[in-house]
Design a protein around this ligand. Structure first.
Ligand code: HEM
Length: 411
């Protein structure tokens, strides 16, 4: 694994609050409650209870009526009362911040989805310490990119839509579902064996789906995404930045991230992210495979036409622009964009520059007010109807290890 060449200076307060030992502890920590529940289910996978859980996970219902069921399943390992609290909205919740974040999302939903697709999801392919390898293990991102994107969007829509995390929303149930899904992946990753007979999981990666990875991923949905939106010329206030982080801290909490692992301000979040990159990022075959799948998927949207090459070039340009060349080119081998890609880059830079000179943000905002959320939902529905889409489900051993032979060769 290559080390990330992105060292930076950190303020003294950050060094004191986030020593290496804190990151190391997160790397060794998982989600005891969800893991215990999955252990109970896996101990007797054909029991009526295990079948009930599988059916609930495979159900296409958007989980709101199922939230109580998921709470019950997640409590199967007899958790301490302290852990059980994480199945509900936290008592530190700032409702006003959540309300404002929902208004922000109603305005900027489409661009936000765009940034998730070209920045938040693919940047994590650079996580060389067991991140990219977990994603290739299932083969879902490399073989069924469309399906995974559709599920991720469905999840995001369920939490960001107005009232999504409220008593009538489906955000909590969907998030609890993902929490169980992650615990299942963790269960299989710990036991996965390569065709050579070696264990797939390498100790130096830390625990599979550990808390350092979880927090970093949560940050890609908040301060990293707002940085991406700014790069696209959207003006975002500091308040909006804080509100979005608050929303994702709540989602992170329900997803099993302990409160003490989560940064409290976007500034702190950006520093935590930078440290995670330094500690964990590098070039791997797994990361390159995932990136190539991203580019192939975007190219496939152009069909068997000349647009396919254009889409490929444009994807390369966007990935380089939003992720940054150090990671996109240096670790993920994103190709040099052709002339079409360069045009897009020029347009983006031009837009960014013009936006600074002339305030165009009200035009963008007006357009977003009218179309943003609808577009996001339409996009999500379109993907959900693709042939390779399917509802959330508890991954079977075959699902979870579908990419094993290839994954072992790429470690
Ligand atoms: C805040 C943190 C995270 C969020 C919000 C999140 C969200 C999701 C969502 C929505 C899904 C279901 C859609 C899908 O099938 O992909 C999912 C599945 C999955 N997630 Fe996460 N995730 C997070 C962290 C992580 C991390 C850190 C890893 C691994 C390093 C990871 C690995 C996976 C895998 C392997 C699946 C199953 C995908 C498949 O079908 O192969 N997730 N996650």
């Amino acid at each position: 694994m290559g080390e990330a060449d992105v060292a930076q200076d950190y303020p003294a307060w950050f060094e004191a609050a986030w020593p290496t030992s804190r990151f190391d502890a997160m790397k060794a920590a998982c989600d005891p409650m969800a893991d215990a529940a999955i252990a109970v289910i896996m101990a007797d996978p054909t029991s009526p209870l295990a079948l009930e859980v599988k059916a609930a996970l495979a159900s296409d219902s958007d989980a709101k009526p199922l939230a109580d069921d998921f709470r019950r399943y997640l409590s199967l390992g007899h958790p301490a009362a302290e852990q059980a609290k994480s199945l509900f909205l936290p008592d530190w919740i700032d409702q006003a911040a959540l309300d404002r974040a929902e208004v922000f999302m109603a305005r900027h939903g489409a661009r936000y989805a765009f940034v998730l697709l070209f920045l938040s999801l693919p940047i994590l392919y650079g996580w060389a310490a067991g991140g990219a390898q977990t994603l290739t293990m299932t083969g879902q991102l490399s073989d069924k990119f469309g399906r995974r994107v559709s599920e991720t969007l469905r999840f995001v829509v369920s939490v960001i839509r107005q009232g999504g995390l409220g008593p009538d929303g489906d955000g909590i149930g969907t998030t609890l579902k993902i929490r169980l899904m992650h615990a299942t992946i963790r269960y299989y990753a710990r036991r996965a064996v390569c065709p050579s007979g070696e264990d797939y999981w390498i100790k130096e990666w830390g625990e599979p789906l550990n808390q350092e990875q979880m927090v970093a991923t949560m940050l890609t949905f908040a301060p990293l995404a707002t940085d991406g939106l700014r790069k696209l010329g959207i003006r975002i206030t500091e308040q909006e930045d804080r509100d979005l982080l608050e929303m994702w801290r709540v989602v992170g909490w329900i997803l099993g991230i302990p409160i003490e692992c989560m940064p409290t301000t976007p500034e702190e979040g950006r520093l935590v992210w930078a440290r995670c990159v330094e500690r964990n990022f590098g070039a791997t075959g797994a990361g390159r495979l995932l990136t190539a799948s991203h580019i192939d998927f975007i190219a496939s949207l152009g069909g068997e036409t000349m647009f396919s090459t254009s889409f490929r070039d444009i994807d390369a340009a966007l990935l380089r622009y939003l992720i940054g060349s150090d990671i996109a080119a240096g670790m993920l081998d994103v190709p040099w964009p052709g002339w079409r890609g360069l045009w897009v880059l020029l347009l983006l830079w031009g837009f960014h520059f013009t936006e600074r000179l002339v305030d165009m943000s009200h035009l963008v905002r007006r357009w977003m007010d009218r179309h943003g959320n609808n577009l996001l939902i339409a996009l999500e529905q379109r993907w959900a109807k693709r042939e390779d889409a399917r509802p959330f489900g508890i991954p079977t051993k075959e699902d979870a290890e579908g990419g094993m032979a290839q994954a072992c060769a790429l470690r």
